[in-house]
Write a protein that binds this ligand. Structure first.
Ligand code: UTP
Length: 229
């Protein structure tokens, strides 16, 4: 059975503390997992941002703040695991700590959910590493916007959504968004970009809050978002 790896941004997972989205998402994923093996990496979202900001203000190093972020991504993984269990999915109970462990778990579970691993990258990079480890040729990045834009759509009214782009074009946009420490938020992690380019993993960036579009991106239909290849 083919593997599909999905990176789900923490900001959409628990949107404004409402849990109806996570239940609908779990229902859709549980149904799709009957036809394909699914691996999911959950991000930290606003909860990670909240803790990282608090930690930074009281003197934590960036590396320690990465560990704080990782803890939150793992808590979000548990939340999605709970929702998937309530939908009757064959899912792992504890989020694995490494992509190797996750790849091993996917042999006995229809869906595997994990969070972050080690400091220095984001869960986008973890999902690219997992796709590489599983030999998956497609990676879905479910985020809170309709794909990649020419500029930040929140700051620039002329920003245009880009339907298809190359790995190099993605890297140029990421470089424009500048350096950063622990915590969000660039459109796609530069470490992840290097992996998807090296492994030629087609990456579909889609608004995960639009569940129909996310489903189309997973099943390979035409979707609203950005295709990177
Ligand atoms: P996220 O993957 O949520 O980061 O991890 P992000 O891309 O910045 O957030 P979204 O996608 O916009 O919601 C949260 C933070 O946890 C640390 C990083 O500091 C990251 O910014 N982290 C996460 C790691 O250090 N290693 C990991 O493997 C994962």
């Amino acid at each position: 059975m083919k593997h599909t790896v999905i990176s789900i941004g923490g900001s959409i997972l628990l949107h404004e503390e409402k849990t109806d989205y996570i239940l609908k998402l779990a229902k859709m994923l549980a149904a799709l997992s009957k036809e394909k093996k699914i691996s999911i990496v959950t991000g930290g979202g606003w909860v990670a941002r909240y803790y990282i900001k608090a930690g930074r203000s009281i003197g934590a190093s960036e590396e320690y703040l990465d560990l704080v972020g990782i803890d939150v991504t793992r808590v979000n993984a548990r939340l999605l695991i709970i929702a998937l269990m309530s939908e009757g999915a064959n899912v792992n109970i504890d989020p694995p700590h490494t992509v190797e462990e996750a790849a091993g778990l996917s042999e006995k579970h229809g869906i595997v959910v994990m969070g972050g691993t080690v400091p220095g990258h984001t869960t986008d990079a973890v999902s690219a590493m997992l796709a590489s480890s599983l030999g998956a040729k497609v990676l879905i990045n479910a985020t809170a916007v309709d794909g990649v834009y020419t500029a930040d759509p929140k700051k620039d009214r002329d920003a245009q959504q880009i339907p298809v782009m190359s790995y190099d074009e993605l890297r140029t946009i990421i470089e424009k968004s500048g350096p950063k420490g622990a915590g969000p938020n660039v459109v796609f992690d530069p470490v992840a970009t290097d992996i998807i380019e090296r492994e030629k993993i087609e990456t579909r960036i889609v608004n995960g809050l639009r569940l129909e579009e996310l489903k189309k991106a997973i099943t390979g239909e035409q979707f609203l978002g950005t295709l990177v290849r």
